[in-house]
Design a protein around this ligand. Sequence first.
Ligand SMILES: NC(=O)c1ccc[n+]([C@@H]2O[C@H](COP(=O)([O-])OP(=O)(O)OC[C@H]3O[C@@H](n4cnc5c(N)ncnc54)[C@H](OP(=O)(O)O)[C@@H]3O)[C@@H](O)[C@H]2O)c1
Length: 165
Amino acid sequence: MIGFVWAEDSAHNIGVDGHLPWSLPNDMKRFKELTTGNVIVMGRKTYESFPNGPLPNRLNIVISRDKNYQVQKPAILINHKDELFNHVDPDDKIMVIGGSTIFQLFKDDVDTLYVTKIHHDFAGDTKMTPLNYADFKLVEKKEGTTDEKNIYPYTFETYERSTNV
Ligand SMILES: NC(=O)c1ccc[n+]([C@@H]2O[C@H](COP(=O)([O-])OP(=O)(O)OC[C@H]3O[C@@H](n4cnc5c(N)ncnc54)[C@H](OP(=O)(O)O)[C@@H]3O)[C@@H](O)[C@H]2O)c1
């Protein structure tokens, strides 16, 4: 199973200057719940946005075209999408966590979309790759709770692929 996990603002922005445009701890909590114990697949720029190297308790797979790129152990570097299947089992949950270029790379393979829609406009330089939502069915929708640390309104949505590509 391949899932996408991401958060986007009202204009589909996902990043600015190599990091997230917002602080939303409740979304980080959901991200942790969805990815812990699973495989996470990310682009080199998203990997570099992590302040402390690979995320714990998940197999971190980083994609770069640079064969000499060094990732911190126990993360794994791959240079091509096809190499992913040398490192995962057929039963693994593969969570593609971005950025935009990696969502684009896997958009015909993804089964499940886990999106946090943040109802606010931020400055951004990276947008979510366009997806054909007609191929997916909304299976879960949950309004987020706001508080002093989570000030922007947001909705958690889950979609399952309903048509074959
Ligand atoms: N809001 C969210 O949920 C979310 C999620 C993830 C990321 N982000 C944000 O998005 C931004 C980063 O996204 P991005 O799209 O600019 O970068 P990215 O997808 O994280 O990384 C891009 C890099 O991935 C490698 N790559 C891409 N396609 C490849 C292919 N077909 N084969 C081999 N390697 C390939 C290349 O690395 P090399 O240049 O090394 O060859 C490329 O420069 C940051 O601001 C980050 O914080 C947001």
